[in-house]
Design a protein around this ligand. Structure first.
Ligand code: GAR
Length: 217
């Protein structure tokens, strides 16, 4: 039996995506094993979800460090103590330094609640409604030095209805996030997903500019 792929999850909030990973991936025969959950906030509910699942947790309070570089250096040390093959950002609300991103080149994934490259940053659901878009969704991508940038791995697309509000959109996007993030992690853990020179590769083939696209409805 091949060794499972050790994963460290970074989060700042409720950890809905972490829960989806636990539910879909964290069993003894799966290809991925969540070794630790690390948060910059001691009150993040995601830490409780981790503890309930018997996963190691660490808290690194960013306000206790003098600047981004010092915090990210400490974060690297905390992560590498678990020797993960993959690091996943699951609602980790920190801008990462270039040194951090370079350290995990090709093994750092993020999820974002929009169809990147549209709507980087915050309040994506509100911005989609204000723009009158008919489609919305979420994206998993390899992390590069550009905020919410980096080669796309998988996107789930939902349609925006006239009666939608930011809250209804958020709910449908979250449902899709909880499907596509475990999928991308599974691909990586099985050795099928990699970052090539010109973008993400699945089974050695380029995934293209939007990654693998799933039409959710
Ligand atoms: C998710 O919607 C994720 O896409 C978003 O934070 C939320 C975390 O929810 N991430 C970003 O906006 C990153 N730029 P969760 O704590 O329930 O997983």
């Amino acid at each position: 039996m091949p060794q499972p792929c050790d994963v460290v999850v970074l989060l700042s909030g409720t950890g809905g995506n972490l829960q989806a990973m636990i539910d879909r991936l964290q069993n003894s025969s799966g290809p991925a094993r969540i070794r630790a959950v690390i948060s910059n906030r001691a009150d993040a509910y995601g830490l409780e979800r981790a503890r309930n699942a018997g996963i190691d947790t660490r808290v690194l309070d960013h306000t206790a460090y003098e600047g981004r570089e010092a915090f990210d250096a400490a974060l690297i040390e905390a992560i590498d103590a678990f020797a993960p093959k993959l690091v996943v950002l699951a609602g980790f609300m920190r801008i990462l330094t270039p040194a951090f991103v370079r350290h995990y080149h090709g093994r750092l994934l993020n999820i974002h609640p929009s169809l990147l490259p549209r709507y980087k940053g915050l309040h994506t659901h509100q911005r989609v409604i204000e723009a009158g878009d008919v489609a919305h969704g979420c994206s998993v991508h390899f992390v590069t030095e550009e905020l919410d940038g980096g080669p796309l791995v998988v996107q789930a697309v939902i349609s925006v209805e006239l009666h939608d509000t930011p809250a209804t959109l958020a709910q449908r996007v979250h449902t899709q996030e909880h499907l596509i993030y475990p999928l991308a992690i599974r691909w990586f853990a099985e050795g099928r997903l990699a970052l090539g020179e010109d973008g993400a590769l699945l089974d050695g083939q380029p995934l293209g500019p939007s990654g693998h696209v799933i039409q959710a409805n």
